[in-house]
Design a protein around this ligand. Structure first.
Ligand SMILES: [Zn+2]
Length: 88
């Protein structure tokens, strides 16, 4: 489900005005949830104390996030949308 929520990507500085969740149909994002910028594909953490609404994840958070298959699927979908190819 899509929600109106203004945030600014901590990586590319893109202003995003909506978000979609991968999990529960009705859950709003809360502090500590991960998001992926539609502009650059960067993974960030929701943080209501941050002026942008997001912060750069810690190394430990990135390790946890990358182990989540839903995040992996979202990253693959984003890569297909923008035509990005990973060299393996
Ligand atoms: Zn971005």
């Amino acid at each position: 489900m899509e929600h109106a929520l203004e945030t600014r990507c901590p990586f590319c500085k893109r202003k995003n005005d909506h978000c979609s969740n991968v999990g529960s149909e009705h859950s709003q994002p809360t502090d500590g949830d991960v998001t992926m910028c539609i502009g650059c594909g960067g993974l960030a953490i929701y943080d209501s104390k941050s002026e942008s609404g997001l912060r750069v994840p810690s190394v430990a958070e990135i390790i946890d996030v990358l182990a989540d298959q839903d995040v992996e699927k979202a990253m693959m979908a984003w890569q297909r949308v923008v035509g990005y190819k990973l060299d393996k």
